[in-house]
Write a protein that binds this ligand. Sequence first.
Ligand SMILES: [Ca+2]
Length: 281
Amino acid sequence: MSTSLATRGHIAVVPSVPALALAILAGALVAPALAQTTGEASGGEAGETVTDCDTCPTLVRLPDGSLMGRDLVTRAEFAAFASATGFSGKGCHVSDGKRWSLNKEADWQNPTFPQGDDHPVVCVSWDDANAYADWLSERTGKSWRLPTVEESQAATAAGSTSAFWWGEEAEDICARVNLADQSYKALFPLDERKIEACDDGFAHTAPVGSFPANAWALNDMAGNVWQWTNSCLKGDCANAVFRGAGWNVAPVKNFTTAHTWGDRVVVRSFALGFRLMRNPD
Ligand SMILES: [Ca+2]
């Protein structure tokens, strides 16, 4: 994929991930989850968590002071929005392991596989994600939004310069991310891609935070579900970039910090969700 991407409202050329990481890190690795605030404080410590309301996504303060969702937005969090607004978004792209198709009845409540309230919401379009962010902004009086692809990649790298957020090699990847593994292969035997020989324990999505957090205390920055970003795809803002890769994805190169993909902003997929940022107070 081209590295020439547009951020909504302006054009940005994405630097390499190592350059991003070096620029942002400036030598400071941050200990995870140091403190919890109510969201009223400003200018807090890197690593602290901030929560605006009971059903709002928990945020982690990054070294530059910005606030990133600790987790992928969950079904429970999205349900609060759907209940309050009457949101209904039917029609979701699903795959049998070989071919993708539009299932007109599938939606975030029924993505065609079982999910708990603490699983990442899927079958949500870029438009749906922005509607949720706008609703959260109205509700909290604060500004919620999707991260740009640069912000998402930098938060994933968390100061590292390696291909994956944990290192250069994919070994032990089943202990790091939820991907297309042997438990997936058992349910999707038609998939002819190179499926990892290991078992991460989840055939579909996993509860958020089931795997180790990265150095900035962020969960699932790779794996579980793809994450929408606020960046246009190759300058075409009818399409948006997503990254991180999901539970049905192989091979492992998809889980590198640099890897991106994209699709139309109206598309819903059973392996695609999102996380949000909130502008600091
Ligand atoms: Ca898996």
